[in-house]
Ligand binder design. Structure first.
Ligand code: NAD
Length: 314
């Protein structure tokens, strides 16, 4: 029997990364995780994974590559908050640009098979000229985060041109599901769910009519797996093509939980795209990927997870 392949997942203790690690472990990969635990949690981390508590901006990244000799790299570690990037664009770029470059250097020196990069379809295209946005839509970053993630994409293209480093870029919509941090600023589904379960009043930034493409975590994990064998040297939107308003998300969770109160409204946040959806037909054609979860199913699973967690915390 051939030896198991080694998959290195950066950000493997985070929301998306930890689900990907679980799936790779169940598929028989030897999984190695690099994470600095800045937003990730050890409790998310699959015990079968080898863990390196390392910052991707640190030189020691190269030693991890030398020791572990990964075949595949899934790069998810990032400064992933739009508002944090507007407050500290230098730190955002240190992690998302320089951190990514450091990983690419280590990857090409080790001679990996493929680098699979988590990018953002939700932020990259700016306020769309048309929806759903396909991959040819002009790139118009409205935040340091959107720009730094895109610079990561450009470095991948360059490393392919210079060194034939193989890659796939996945541009996600708004990912939601179990384990998403409810305390930060990013995931409205997690924030609303947690607040309602605790009997607190969730806050909506702006009028709530802003519309996003919400894609369920399991579907995002499957897109990463599909990219192992397909979609070489190319970028793909990973979204549903549907626009869903923040108000509708609020109402759907409200009805699942049977929460009695309305939302509180706060000021809109700078740098955020108002209305977007992503055309996933290229991913369907070339990766063989289509989203499977309906919004109701995904929200149902998410509420169930948070219910258990809130109960356990009592
Ligand atoms: N969640 C979304 O809706 C969404 C949408 C589009 C793209 N993405 C991208 O997906 C990836 C994962 O996002 P997420 O939602 O799981 O966020 P997350 O914050 O849960 O995960 C990021 C992980 O990276 C780790 N990390 C951060 N900086 C690091 C550093 N300097 N060195 C080592 N580890 C570091 C964190 O500790 C965390 O475990 C990111 O690249 C993000 O840009 C996410």
């Amino acid at each position: 029997m051939s030896e198991a392949k080694t998959a290195l997942v950066t950000g493997g203790a985070g929301f998306i990364g930890s689900h990907l690690v679980d799936r790779l472990v169940s598929q028989g990969f030897r999984v190695v995780v690099i994470d600095n635990l800045s937003t990730g949690k050890l409790k998310n981390l699959n015990p079968a994974a080898t863990f390196h508590h390392v910052d991707i901006t640190n030189k020691s990244v190269v030693e991890v590559f030398q020791r572990e000799q990964p075949d595949l790299v899934f790069h998810l570690a990032a400064q992933a908050s739009v508002s944090a990037s507007t407050k500290d664009p230098i730190q955002d770029s240190d992690i998302n640009v320089m951190g990514t470059l450091r990983l690419l250097e280590a990857a090409r020196r080790c001679g990996i098979e493929k680098f699979i990069y988590s990018s953002t379809g939700g932020a990259l295209y700016g306020e769309p000229q048309y929806t759903p946005c396909d991959e040819n839509h002009p790139i118009v970053p409205l935040s340091p985060y959107a720009l730094s993630k895109y610079v990561g994409e450009l470095y991948l293209q360059l490393y392919h041109r210079l060194y034939l480093l193989n890659y796939t870029t996945l541009r996600y919509g708004n990912v939601y599901g179990p384990r998403q941090e409810p305390h930060g600023e990013a995931g409205v589904v997690a924030i609303f769910t947690q607040a309602m379960l605790e009997g607190k009043q969730p806050q909506i930034f702006g009028d709530g009519n802003q519309e996003r493409d919400f894609v369920y975590i399991d579907d995002v994990v499957e897109a990463n797996l599909a990219a192992i064998e397909r979609g070489d040297a190319d970028a793909f939107n990973i979204g549903t093509g549907e626009k869903t308003s923040v108000n509708r998300i609020f109402e759907s969770i409200q009805s699942i939980i049977k929460y009695r109160w309305g939302p509180e409204h706060g000021p809109a946040r700078p740098g955020e795209v108002y209305q977007i959806s992503l055309d996933g037909s290229k991913a369907a054609r070339e990766l063989g990927w289509t989203p499977q979860a309906t919004l109701e199913e995904g929200l149902g699973q998410t509420v169930e997870y948070f219910r258990e967690n809130v109960k356990a915390a009592r």
